[in-house]
Design a binder for this molecule. Sequence first.
Ligand code: ATP
Ligand code: MG
Length: 417
Amino acid sequence: MINIPKGTKDVLPSQSFKWQYVEETARKVAKIYNLKEIRTPVFEHTELFQRGVGETTDVVNKEMYTFFDKGGRSVTLKPEGTAGAARLFIENGLASSPMPLKAFYLTPCFRYERPQAGRLREFHQFGIEVFGSKEPETDAEVISAANMLLNELGVNGCQLQINSIGCPVCRAEYNKALKEYFRPQLKNMCATCNARFEQNPLRILDCKEEECKKITANAPKILDYLCPDCKDHFKKVQSLLKAQGVKYLINPNIVRGLDYYTRTVFEFVSTEIGAQGTVCGGGRYDNLISELGGAPTPAVGFAAGLERLLMVMENTGATIPEEQKPRVYLAGMDEKSRNKAVELAANLRANGINAEVDLMARSVKAQFKYADKIGAEFVAAIGETELESGAVNLKNMTNGESSAVKFKELCTYLKHN
Ligand code: ATP
Ligand code: MG
């Protein structure tokens, strides 16, 4: 027996309705915000992520599924959706379409991580990206879309935390201050943070090691180093969030795991699923498109992990509507009746009604038992009598009541009952 790879999950027939609900809700929110779907390949040239996500990030350093294909090219399974979306934007010349360009995606992502609750090697993201606007209205709109997604899904107890990590100008000043602060404490910090100190000190604020977290708590705060423009932008984002009734908390330690962010960064954090509490994260990335060779184009986006959303929903008792059960099961007693059942079911299906017949050559009694197990709403048996009279005795399985319904009226009856 060959097992499923570590860190991946099957979705079983009895569970898929939950996934469909989350995905349908995400699509609904996307529609309300006028976001158009994009689909990019599951694998891309490795360089896209090296440059797009950033060489100093954990994602690129430790977590990528990179391999050589048979043509000797280095390709990588997408660890996130933004780099591919940015490539799509540049490669297809979308800069010449009306701005802003508002897009969304639903995609599997792959990261070689240590699997645990809410941390998988294959997981799924719903993400949105808005290209072309540097205005704070865009940041606020993207955040409010994420907020609506969580509200629609009934994800309870999530807190929106926001921060600004400034632009390259103010961040240079801040990095200096960070280095001064961390230098004397480096010997007490993890090896990764020691490397980050040289390459990208901001990244240290993202460390999850207890010792490093303690030291980080008293580090200088980026918000004290923002240049006037970045300060103003952050202030406007906040007042626009307030205008929409979106509640938030400022958390100056949010820097996000990816390198391309500028100015606004945000996370929706849940206390309900333990350490892997971030269900959704995003921010502004004004330099990514130019970094990847496109004309400078500001952008904002977020990605939400579907597995984590579902975990919070299940842990907080959110209602997840189940799929429609079969409307009707038509049992056949003999060959002629079975043919009639198939004919009637075909007609019902053609009219959009979910109907079932026997596929297992079962006795009528066993067919009824099965119909009950699958939760059919109505059940009818067809035999010689029914063939002669051209009507069935349709039993409502919820209240036990039966009604005589003509074959040719079955469809109308089921549509109205
Ligand atoms: P974390 O800090 O938990 O590692 P991250 O900062 O690496 O998250 P992002 O790159 O921002 O995460 O991805 C956006 C969202 O995707 C996360 O908020 C989370 O919901 C989800 N996610 C990220 N990595 C995983 C994973 N390995 N398994 C399941 N979901 C994930
Ligand atoms: Mg991570």
